[in-house]
Design a protein around this ligand. Structure first.
Ligand code: ADP
Ligand code: MG
Length: 626
């Protein structure tokens, strides 16, 4: 038998390697711009055509390359940045394994023009699918000018797989943002189809953040700063008032490189404990500097997950640095502590209309005329200025107070500050709805301010938070469906494609069973992409990609305890599908909601421990009219 093993030609080997390094136009942008920065550029211009499909051009004023270097730079493992294996552990330059240019040249048509300051003429090279097509002297300015045309022209499967332009452009923009946020000293411009999207003059970090995210953010961020032997942390975090439900700008960098770090993210979340309404996020821009030998970036240029040797102490340092800044900039509400006298009422579930008098954003501006002990009076003032926004923030406060007042607090589980053990708390606060609910037939259910359902019970007037009630109902329903595998899948007409990061996709596989039993139908398209062919019945109208991302994001934060993960998945689903505040309900809907709520085992609290209902006792009502 003749020999069958052959060495792959370089062009094929490079194409295979390219699959790893260059996944989409954004990867090209990242590699080229990082190279420009490594070359000492103080100005980098990025010109994109058709979201990078047609052309990606990066022009810098860095040190440029000699003729030989220009030619060599496209060879695999050609790099000026590492000389020995030990350099691999030194994360000072951006790229560090000499694969980017070889990979790009394997899957695109590349034009390079470059000149160093000690040469009169520069070098121009045309290379297409790893074949050098032309090399000639050219007159050009000092620096480097790369044009990458028709990416994946020779890998049709990949080219076909590119997302719609908007998605690819978004990927480019986020890659761009991650880089420019660590290099405020470098000026950047970005054009897409000749439209200028960014023009970022050199400046400081705060200026750069403002240049990218808009002037408004300037008032919302405060600096953090700490230096220890293990880590130096600097950057900015948002004031609690800048919190939002979605789309906070959250960035961690280590040694000038963007990273994702779920564990450190939790340190930030913890630092804001009680300052934020549940579910709201703050922006942060946190820059860490550590000894490169204490982190493992797995030497993969596309890697954003980074392992730290000193994770736990750094977690602590980060947490206290943020807390200190929040304290220093007076963002911790003193009222948080002033209201300690209130939980008594809350425990009886009666402190309601006092909320209505809540001062506007209590975390920031404190209404000094507010008297937390003046509740009796406020009961008579039911229609006083109600403002849904501060209301939510008060709830966060109350959330804390309820916990503080709860004897079972120490039993609260793990790392989620908003997870007391509701079942246990309930023991103390059981409300007498059981056998005397709806006894007053003449009483119609009443929806108050699109948020609460009012109904009469024997002992008084019951208020039910409509959204929380629905979350509880759906949560219990989905849990049951999971355990009985009875969910119904709604096929979607046009399956959307969802892409996960590598750690996410590993996680998705591990929870696939749960997703399927909830009614999701996901097909792996190869790699980290899935198509969403079906979603659970009842979730129609929601963006399936967003929903799945949200489920996975939240569940990943719960760690690896299968039961916790399952609960988190179900809770996210319930929250996504539950009715919202402001939704008008018909009489029948209200009755159905309340009826169903009281068939449940734990109608008093949401699965994440928030109060669903409360009763203003007859006695207290009587007192109001004394
Ligand atoms: P790496 O960045 O890992 O060294 P690349 O394939 O990205 O590998 O680049 C190969 C080499 O080409 C670099 O080490 C550098 O010497 C040179 N190079 C690439 N881009 C530039 C640039 N914009 N200016 C100057 N030199 C560059
Ligand atoms: Mg590089």
């Amino acid at each position: 038998m003749s020999d069958i093993i052959r060495l792959l030609p370089d062009s094929v080997a490079n194409q295979i390697a390219a699959g790893e390094v260059i996944q989409r136009p954004a990867s090209v942008v990242k590699e080229l711009v990082e190279n420009s920065i490594d070359a000492g550029a103080t100005e980098v211009h990025l010109l994109i055509t058709d979201a990078g499909r047609t052309c990606i051009q990066v022009v810098d004023n860095g040190k440029g390359m000699s003729e030989t270097d220009a030619r060599l730079s496209f060879e695999r493992h050609a790099t000026s940045k590492i000389k020995s294996a030990t350099d691999l552990f030194d994360l000072h330059t951006m790229g560090f394994r000499g694969e980017a240019l070889a990979s790009i040249a394997a899957v695109a048509q590349v034009e390079l023009k470059t000149r160093t300051s000690d040469e009169e003429l520069g070098t121009r090279i045309l290379i297409s699918g790893s074949n050098i097509e032309l090399q000639e002297p050219v007159s050009c300015s000092v620096g480097t000018n790369f044009s990458i045309k028709n990416l994946f022209f020779n890998v049709p499967a990949r080219r076909k797989f590119l997302k719609p332009n908007q998605t690819e452009l978004n990927n480019i923009l986020s890659e761009f943002e991650r880089i420019v946020l660590v290099h405020p000293d470098v000026a950047f411009t970005l054009h897409n189809n000749d439209v200028e999207l960014f023009n970022l003059p050199a400046g400081g970090i705060r200026q750069r953040i403002v240049q990218i995210f808009g002037k408004k953010i300037n008032q919302q961020i405060i600096p953090i700063e700490v230096e220890t032997s293990l880590v130096k942390i600097s950057g900015f975090v948002a004031k609690p008032e800048g919190a939002r439900k979605k789309g906070a700008h959250q960035y961690f960098f280590v040694n000038n490189r963007f990273m994702k770090h779920a564990y450190f993210h939790h340190a930030v979340v913890d630092a804001y404990e009680r300052l934020l309404p549940p579910g709201e996020q703050v922006s942060y821009f946190i820059y860490m500097t550590v000894d490169p030998s204490t982190i493992d970036v797995n030497i993969h240029p596309t890697k954003t997950e980074i392992k730290f040797e000193n994770e736990t102490p750094i977690w602590q340092i980060l947490l206290s640095a943020i807390k200190e800044s929040l304290g220093k900039f007076n963002e911790v509400p003193s009222i948080d502590f002033d209201t300690i006298g209130m939980p008594l009422d809350l425990q009886e579930g009666t402190a309601f209309s006092s909320n209505d008098d809540s001062p506007s954003p209590p975390f920031v501006e404190i209404n000094h005329s507010y008297n937390p002990f003046d509740k009796a009076a406020s009961y008579g003032n039911g229609n006083s200025s109600y403002n849904p926004k501060p209301k939510v923030e008060w709830e966060a406060l109350y959330g804390g107070l309820e916990r503080a007042g709860s004897k079972t607090e120490s039993a609260a589980i793990g790392d989620d500050p908003f997870s007391p053990t509701p079942e246990q708390e309930q023991e103390e606060q059981k409300i007498d709805y059981n056998d005397n609910l709806f006894n007053d037939k003449s009483f119609k259910q009443y929806q108050y301010k699109g948020k609460y359902l009012l109904t009469s019970v024997k002992s008084g007037l019951m208020l039910i938070d409509q959204r929380r009630a629905h979350v509880r109902i759906l949560y219990d329903r989905y849990m049951k469906q999971i355990s009985q595998s009875k969910s119904v899948t709604q096929k979607v007409l046009f399956p959307e494609v969802i892409e996960f990061s590598s750690s996410e996709s590993v996680f998705v596989e591990s929870v696939m069973e749960n997703l399927v039993s909830l009614g999701f139908d996901l097909t792996n398209l190869g790699g980290r992409s899935y198509s969403i062919n079906g979603i659970p019945e009842g979730c129609e109208g929601l963006s399936s990609v967003k929903l799945v991302h949200e489920i996975i994001d939240t569940a990943m934060q719960r760690g690896s305890v299968p039961d916790e993960v399952k609960k988190s998945i179900v809770l996210t689903m319930a929250k996504a599908s539950a009715i919202v505040y402001g939704q008008a309900l018909s009489e029948e809907e209200m009755v159905a909601l309340v009826d169903e709520l009281f068939t449940l085992e734990s109608p008093n609290y949401t699965p994440d421990g928030k109060l669903i209902l409360s009763v203003i006792k007859d006695n207290d009502i009587e007192k109001m009219f004394h």
